[in-house]
Design a protein around this ligand. Structure first.
Ligand SMILES: C[S@@+](CC[C@H](N)C(=O)[O-])C[C@H]1O[C@@H](n2cnc3c(N)ncnc32)[C@H](O)[C@@H]1O
Length: 370
């Protein structure tokens, strides 16, 4: 039997909110019991009380928020202990969850409670079957990313109140998530009507943490991100999200500044490099840059756009931290075309795209002068 707290599988299960004082009181009462039989008899009432708790509110820092699945397993572990000593050991472990947080300084993940973060992904293969369509999110902007991507990245690479840049804001997915998670976010989108739609959606998202979330209509290769941050008294950002067009797979507009209008892959990579260089000026040393991109298939040839774009970022001095491969979720449109693509793949000797990449980079400090 494992002596550890349970490690639940990654889940999007909403957390529940517990009053830390009441949590401590309950566990102290369990610790005061003298026999394992008494502990086992007391557990159902504790379980009932905890699992009936309200869902944790976004931005609420006063409560202890835990996934109910984790709590259920922790209580099972106590009930199944063979001796009172073992049960007390498990109870003490649970008590430590409500203690002083210990973080890595980059994010707010409390390392003392690391087993309770079942919603945080740490594997490099993401199979996400459903996009989060809750709240103001729209699935209607062709080419937007699923909200889980900016959500996970902000939770890993920023703290509450931190600053995020999104150089290709589109339908505002990152900005909506930033507001929900209590992060500030400056987004840039080339097309005014797209930016305006995002502003309107954003207006519907409650701003519990009073963060700044703004979308500018501009070309992100020349937009002054530093000045935009300074207007808020903020020198640099902690995280930059880049979800550019995948070259010309989707034509977003007729604007010649639109990266989807670059005439060739080399010119696309060149323009992407300009955006990375420009965004980098506004990013803290030790800050993170996340590039989300897929490959391209044209005239019988697979173009590894993802890896080519990855190298563009590395050439700007960024250090590669991780490559995540994420599946394409199955939309209604894609399902209808699935059979056709399968036929084409069998006939044409290729494999149908089912994945895209999330590249995570860290901005390195200046090399010391020789
Ligand atoms: C792949 S989409 C990003 C979608 C976004 N992540 C979302 O969830 O809605 C790329 C976006 O970049 C915009 N775009 C293209 N070239 C741009 C440029 N030079 N500067 C700013 N935005 C640009 C396009 O209009 C499009 O909305």
């Amino acid at each position: 039997m494992s002596l550890d707290l349970p490690s639940p599988e990654p889940t999007d299960e909403p957390r529940i909110a517990l009053d830390p004082a009441r949590f401590e009181e309950r566990l102290q009462a369990l610790l005061a019991l003298e026999t394992i039989g008494e502990v086992r008899s007391a557990i159902p009432q504790v379980r009932e009380e905890w699992l009936a708790s309200e869902r944790a509110a976004e931005g609420d820092e006063k409560t202890l928020s835990l996934p109910p699945g984790f709590l259920g397993q922790a209580l099972d572990q106590i009930s199944q202990a063979l001796t009172i000593e073992r049960a007390r050991y498990y109870i003490e472990r649970l008590r430590r969850l409500a203690g002083e947080p210990r973080t890595n300084g980059v994010n707010d993940i409390d390392l003392n409670r690391w087993k309770t973060y079942a919603d945080i992904r740490t594997d490099s293969l993401w199979q996400i079957e459903r996009r989060d369509t809750s709240g103001a999110h729209t699935a209607g902007y062709w080419g937007n990313f699923i909200p889980q991507i900016p959500n996970q990245m902000m939770q890993r690479y920023t703290r509450k109140g931190g600053w995020v840049l999104d150089a290709f804001a589109g339908s505002g997915t990152s900005l909506i998530e930033a507001r929900r998670l209590g992060r500030n976010c400056i987004g840039v989108e080339l097309q005014e009507h797209v930016a305006q739609g995002s502003r309107e959606r954003l207006d519907r998202v409650p701003n519990h943490s009073s963060v700044a979330t703004e979308i500018h209509t501009a070309d992100s290769s020349t937009f002054d991100f530093v000045a935009a941050l300074r207007r808020h008294g903020q020198p640099k950002a902690d995280l930059a999200l880049l979800h550019p067009p995948y070259h010309d797979i989707i034509k977003f507009s007729d604007d010649p500044h639109d990266l989807s209008n670059c005439e060739s892959i080399p010119s696309f990579l060149d323009r992407l490099g300009q955006v990375v260089e420009n965004v980098s000026l506004a990013l803290e040393e030790g800050g993170f840059l996340v590039l989300v991109i897929g490959d391209k298939y044209a005239r019988g040839e697979w173009h590894p756009l993802g890896f080519q774009a990855m190298q563009v970022v590395q050439q700007q001095g960024f250090m590669l931290k991780s490559i995540v491969v994420k599946n394409f979720e199955e939309t209604t449109g894609k399902r209808a075309q699935k059979e056709l693509w399968r036929y084409r793949a069998l006939a044409g000797g290729f494999f149908v795209f089912k994945h895209e990449y999330i590249f995570v980079f860290e901005k390195r400090g200046q090399e010391p002068q020789a």
